[in-house]
Write a protein that binds this ligand. Sequence first.
Ligand code: RIB
Ligand code: CA
Length: 311
Amino acid sequence: MPQKIIIDTDPGQDDAVAILLALASPELEVLGITAVAGNVPLPLTSRNARVVCELAGRPDIPIFAGCDAPMTRALVTAEHVHGKTGLDGADLPEPQMPLQDAHAVDFLIETLRREPAGTVTLCPLGPLTNIGTALARAPDIAERVAGIVLMGGAYFEVGNITPAAEFNIYVDPEAASRVFAAGIPLTVMPLDVTHRVLTTEAHLKGFRAMGTRVGDTVAAWTDFFERFDKEKYGSAGAPLHDPCVIAYLLEPEIFSGRHINVEIETVSDLTRGMTVADWWGVTERAPNATFIGDADADRFFALLTDRIATL
Ligand code: RIB
Ligand code: CA
């Protein structure tokens, strides 16, 4: 029986690769994709999600537009990383498939109330605004969620949008605080682990060798996406953040981490959006998240290229 998931996303080249990995994996049933404002504004993230599904040959996937701004703050975007469209690097046609009429938050609430409790996993890949808003509007859904596997946060790697905070958490710390306090089984893919899966030339060879439209597109996105991180970090490649979430669902043993307490800074401007991870157990605060710290990069990229090659 495939695992039912909802992908909440702000595409973003790395989100796009995560969506492709999910659609290429029969172990997963994507009930829907909910777009949120993040890397680029909502009109673009809800367009980009459709572009990716059509690239994968899956115009049947229901896609919903969600929140166009954080719960209480002004939107911060990341065109400097992802380009003006959010999917710079490859020219793809405008999507033909329509957006669903329902708002993403209504889709999340209605789906979680309809599906048997404990059968739907949420996979947020961007700011947590849609999820936080759904929890605020319908607290009853918290106990119905099977689990949340999200990309966000940082501890040893520290921040990427500020010295203290990772982008997804920084954009909407209030939403993140709600998610981390909801009591839902939570697995977090922070920068600590995503910076272990760098798009080095060796790892990218598989995409380039596929000879498929999808493989060529992923290679082109990665070429664009990695220029920013390689220049900033002087690294041999870019961290492929969001696909870690889907890879974890498929092969959790690729990853390792600790079940610890993680709190979100929402008060200080200096450390806004910091994930205060009690990795060394120095507080009495109750563990609320499995915080992933490492991954086998070779196994990760082998999984990714094997699956994407099937599209
Ligand atoms: O900090 C990395 C995260 O921010 C990734 O999800 C990327 O897509 C951006 O949303
Ligand atoms: Ca993202």
